[in-house]
Design a binder for this molecule. Structure first.
Ligand code: BGC
Length: 269
């Protein structure tokens, strides 16, 4: 049976672990050739294991090191991937990190690092992806769209988050960046959407769930009473990358077990 993303080329940024690795596996399972982007700080051996796992399952993947906050590295990544595979069909703008501190203690480096990776990084990758989508146009043999971008946002694009002003500002920024790019390029049959994960079990938030006490506290914020898994996000990434979502553009899909439903009001507030 033809797979939904057969022969499409996908770049997944920050795909060496967590949600990015989950999306890379899911897209590869749907037939895409996946470029697993990772930063210099990650060990190449660990990243290779993600690619090896995909190949062992019959998928196609390569690894590519680039810092998404650096313009020259992002431009080179898109040039190299396009040279190797002919084009790029899907971008999962996933790379992101937290550098938490109360506002009064937050250093300019903590602010800049988070905005640099989470927001500027998504801007740079989206810009290069859109240039390639416009150059190629629609290839009906692969998709009805000229290209698809999936921005990894967070419930914190709408939930304010004390102690994380840099992160919440970056995700609020991602929301308006995504919608603006979607509006600008929808006439070219380019689709841009976001996924807003809630609490997903990954290294970024392990201190929020790795003891039974912490997990119980966290689950008070999740009406569905379970922590999310990266597979919950991967499935939605495949949906947003495929023609199943061909009429969806400029939308955020919350994948959060109800975290954005004001769980404090569950028992009458
Ligand atoms: C953050 C996690 C957090 C979750 C829910 C995510 O965007 O990266 O650390 O657990 O939002 O608050």
């Amino acid at each position: 049976m033809e797979k939904k993303l057969q022969d499409q080329i996908a770049i997944v940024t920050g795909a060496s672990s967590g949600i990015g690795a989950g999306c890379a596996r899911a897209l590869a399972g749907a037939g895409a050739t996946v470029v697993i982007n990772y930063p210099a700080a990650r060990s190449k051996e660990k990243v290779s294991k993600v690619a090896d796992g995909i190949v062992a399952e019959g998928g196609k993947a390569i690894i590519y090191q680039a810092d998404v906050s650096k313009e020259d590295e992002v431009v080179k990544m898109f040039t190299d991937v396009t040279a190797q595979f002919g084009t790029v069909d899907i971008l999962v703008n996933n790379a992101g990190l937290q550098r938490d501190a109360k506002l009064v203690d937050m250093t300019i480096d903590q602010w800049n690092e988070v905005i640099g990776i989470n927001l500027t990084g998504q801007f740079l990758c989206a810009r290069e992806a859109i240039k390639e989508f416009l150059r190629r146009g629609v290839d009906e043999t692969k998709s009805k769209a000229a290209g698809k971008i999936i921005c990894m946002s967070s419930v914190h694009e709408v939930i304010p988050w004390a102690g994380h002003v840099n992160y919440a500002a970056s995700k609020g920024g991602v929301m308006m960046m995504m919608k603006t790019i979607a509006q600008e390029y929808a006439p070219h049959k380019i689709r841009v959407n976001s996924i807003a994960p809630g609490a997903i079990a990954t290294p970024i938030n392990h201190e929020a769930w790795d003891t039974p006490e912490d997990l119980q506290k966290l689950l008070k914020l999740v009406p569905q009473k379970r922590i999310g898994q990266v597979e919950d996000i991967g499935k939605v990434a495949v949906f947003l990358a495929s023609d199943d979502s061909d009429y969806i553009n400029g939308t955020t899909i919350f994948v959060d077990g109800g975290m954005t439903l004001y769980p404090g009001f569950e028992d009458n507030g």
